[in-house]
Design a protein around this ligand. Structure first.
Ligand SMILES: *Cc1c(COP(=O)(O)O)cnc(C)c1O
Length: 360
């Protein structure tokens, strides 16, 4: 069942027990599914995201993570609102693209892909542009592995009284964040990242009082998070349209395994140890990381090609034959490849990976 380890940040390596949880069929209007699985997941997601669960609520949405980012921007921003997107990679830029499709008033503030988003620049922009109503930012930019300084960014956005939308796709469940403490209003992630489920749906954790005001704002029926939420609330875990039942059941198992591991703090510690083991090993072989350590997340690590004539494809195929699948780079200004540290992977896997690269 596991021809190789996915050292890619989603889909990622899942446990046998998560995969096995998909081996039964569920009825989408039966209580066993709605109350026994969907409502449990919604409650647990809120519990993981905030120290004040009574102020927040969760909506699950079919599709990949991008569907949920699009659903959020399209259901929350009104025609007169103004969005500031802080972008230091492909996922930040993608939020700008979504805003273009929806013809939102939007300004994309570009940062270097090899640098973190700078809260001071946001502060200055918000001072100069009081018409901005919403700010969106990516927590971990999976493009490079930068972990943006979310607490500092949130402090600035809240000081200016703006709504804060966070793409926490590749960090939620693997890096501790308290939405209430930081003042985050909407936070988005998906099943196949740090919770370690399989792909098929995503979710939005929202400040209840704000989501309640979003009736009729959406420009898309399928991606209307208010309507989806209202159906889930009133129907006690009912989805509007066919839900990915097997994937949802597997996700509940993944949440159980997160608890068994010791929660987000324990998972964060394992990911950091994975990352440390990988980077120490790779540096001992002469590889250099793209990012300075201060901005590096424990989620995914970018490495420079070791030599000018390095052939990524050959390297990839050789590693795959040895049981490790890695990721190509995703930035234009440097030749890099990426190795994911998240999923059901452990420090020993990274020791074996480094040994394999040494032998190659
Ligand atoms: C994975 C990811 C997404 C969503 O990508 P999909 O391919 O749509 O699942 C969005 N933002 C970030 C930061 C991600 O890592």
């Amino acid at each position: 069942m596991r021809p190789y380890l996915l050292l890619t940040p989603g889909p990622l390596t899942t446990t046998e027990t998560v995969k096995s949880a998909m081996m039964s069929d569920w009825c989408t209007w039966d209580k066993d599914y709605n109350e026994g699985i969907v409502e449990v997941i919604r409650r647990e997601l809120v519990g993981l995201a905030t120290s004040r669960p009574e102020e927040y609520t969760a909506v699950l949405m079919q599709g990949s993570g991008t569907f949920c980012v699009e659903a959020t921007l399209g259901s929350v921003l009104r025609p007169d609102d103004h969005l500031l997107v802080a972008a230091n990679g492909a996922y930040g830029k993608r939020m700008g693209t979504i805003a273009e499709y929806y013809k939102l008033n939007c300004h994309v503030m570009r940062f270097e892909e090899t640098e973190a988003v700078d809260p001071k620049t946001i502060d200055e922009y918000l001072t100069a542009h009081p018409e901005v109503t919403h700010v969106s930012v990516v927590h971990c930019e999976t493009t490079t592995g930068v972990l943006n300084p979310l607490a500092e960014i949130a402090a600035v956005v809240k000081r200016h009284g703006k709504v804060l939308i966070v793409d926490a796709m590749s960090s939620f469940g693997g890096v501790p964040v308290d939405m209430a403490a930081l003042g985050i209003d909407f936070m988005i992630s998906s099943a196949n990242k740090c919770i370690q489920g399989v792909p098929g749906f995503g979710f939005i954790i929202a400040r209840r009082s704000l989501l309640e005001q979003c009736k009729g704002v959406a420009r898309s029926l399928s991606l209307d998070i208010y309507d989806q939420w209202e159906t889930m609330e009133k129907g006690h875990g009912k989805w509007r349209f066919t839900s990915p039942t097997h994937v949802v059941r597997a996700f509940m198992q993944a949440l159980t395994e997160l608890k068994e591991e010791g929660g987000i703090a324990a998972r964060y510690a394992r990911y950091r140890e994975n990352h440390r083991t990988l980077v120490e090993g790779m540096r001992s072989l002469g590889y250099r990381t793209l990012l300075p350590d201060e901005w590096q997340s424990p989620v995914i690590t970018s490495f420079y090609y070791p030599t000018a004539d390095f052939d990524f494809n050959t390297f990839y195929q050789k590693l795959k034959a040895k049981g490790f699948v890695i990721y190509p780079g995703k930035i234009s200004q440097a030749d890099t490849f990426r190795i994911g540290n998240i999923g059901d992977v452990h420090p020993d896997d990274f020791r074996r990976l480094v040994d394999t690269i040494r032998e190659m």
